[in-house]
Structures are given as structure tokens and as C-alpha cells.
Design a protein around this ligand. Sequence first.
Ligand code: PMV
Length: 337
Amino acid sequence: ERGAAGSATAVAHPNIALIKYWGKRDEGLVLPWTSSLSMTLDVFPTTTRVRLESGSGHDTVALNGVPATGETLRRVTAFLQLVRERAGSGRRAVVETHNTVPTGAGLASSASGFAALAVAAAAVYGLGLDAGGLSRLARRGSGSASRSVFGGFAVWHAGADTGTAAEADLGSYAEPVPAADLDPALVVAVVDAGPKTVSSREAMRRTVDTSPLFGPWAVSGKDDLAEMRAALRRGDIDAVGEIAERNALGMHATMLAARPAVRYLSPATVTVLDSVLRLRRDGIAAYATMDAGPNVKVLCRRADAERVAGAVRDAVPGGTVLVAGPGPGARLLGEGA
Ligand code: PMV
């Protein structure tokens, strides 16, 4: 093993997609059907420490101090196995991760989680990856994690769907997106912090396999992405918001048309969407996006964020509402013995 340290600790933040990733063309390699674009947040960091133990045996994983089991343990172990194969290492790992966001609630816990794990594991096993390489690696843990390697706005390239598997893997990574100074905020409305009933993995599979709306949405997403990039370049928050909102509603439409339907949106979601419409009617630039859960993220100007948060709080009195801004990319906090 090249320069393997005893332990490494990394921190990463979640990201929220303004152009969504929904559907894999290769489940094993986590290659998406479409390119996506996101904003990394400055809230809800995940901090992950990976320590190598001598000898083989099982990896152990603790999430907020609680030993992970089942699907979480299986996913983390499979990810570490990939890193070990690349490093030519057989050493087992002890992983301790601290998440400040509810897990599995459509709040991008897997994005910050696998971005932090990728950075820490790559360091401790001595993979010597650049940012693009870390993004490709993080992608294998969770697609959206590829984008959390970068701060601010990031685009995840789907990559060409011709060529060998190795070429496809190389072509699918995230990178920063040039943007004029938008001074954006995302008002996050947590209307339900409980774990989702259908995993995004299963929901994507069902959508791709059965939804008659998936193809058209994926096609229109190409235009959405091009228009989004242009809107970010000129700093046009209304255009950014409009494109993000229609792309997200379209994604949910594909799921609603799946057989059987996948519905993450709840009555509270719709109540928040109504409050966003009222804000727009009052002349405030506010636009909504939703992921694999009922929670709503409202894009607006920083200067309007408190007003937007107030309106959303009034709409869902039981919910938790917080204001996020653009956050930093994943980074190594330290390496130790
Ligand atoms: O990275 P995953 O497998 O958790 O998928 C996330 C998909 C969405 O959050 C719904 C959209 C996205 O692009 O982040």
C-alpha cells in the first residue's frame, strides 16, 4: 500500500439537485441515464473517520455511535471492498461516521455520507486520487455523492453510453459549474424526518422499468441542464428556480406514473408548494424542489431567505425550517496513526 496512514477523517456536506438524477443505466457502476446539477449546502455535514486494522476480517461501521447493520453495513462494506481492490490491500477498516441530518429522509444523507467516506477511505488506503477521481469513487457509494465532492454548484456528467465499462466509468464524474454571483439560499422545510418507505434505488429501478413518462423526462432534462448552465452563468435566479422546479416536478411525475406508483409527496409537501406560489405572487423569487421524500427545499435570494422561511413556517407549523447557503466541497480534516 502506497503511503497508507493509520486513520483519516473527512467532512462533506449534502447537496440538493436543481437538475435531478433519477434512474441508473448501470446499477453496478452507478451510471445515470442523465447528467445532473446541484448546489452543495453549508448545513448538515457528515464527518467520517476510517481507521485501518491489521489483518483481515469484517469491517465495522458506527453511525452516530450506533453499530450499523443490514443494508447500511452492506453498502459501506461493498464500497470499502472496491477501495481495497484498487489499493491492493486486504486490511479491514473501522468506520465511525457522524451525521447531522436525518438519514434516509430525502435530505441527501447518502451524498454527504459517501463523499466523506470516499475522501477518508482514499486517503487511508493511499489511492492518490485527484478531485475527479474522488468524485468517480464517491459515485459508486451513492450517485449523488459524486457531486458533494465539490462546493457550490456542481454538474455530474452521465458520461457516454457507448464504449467499454471502463470508459463509461471514466466519463461519469462531477465537476464545479461556473456561476455568476447569485447569492442564493435554500430554505429547507423538513415536514417529515422519518425514513422513506421506498428506497431511492428501488424507486429509480421501478421508474425506469415501468414509467411511460421516464423517457420524455430524461430527454427534456437535457434542455433543462443546458438552460440551467446558461442561467447560472448570467446569475438569473428566476430562470434557475423555474428550471429547477419544473425539472423536479417532472421527476416526481415520472414516479407517479410508475407501476405501482411511487409517491414521496405528502399533503404537507403540497401545502409548502402553495406557500411558494403565494410568495411568487407577492413578487418574491422562490422556487421549490423535492427529492426522494416529502421535504421541500425552496431556492430564493439570500436577502429574501428569512421572509421565505417565515412563510414556509406558517404553512407547516409542525415542521422544521432552516436556511442553508452554498457550502464547501468534501475535504480531509486530518490523518493520524
Ligand atoms: O444518490 P441517491 O441514490 O440517494 O439518489 C438521489 C436522487 C435524488 O436525490 C432524488 C436526486 C438527486 O439528483 O440528488
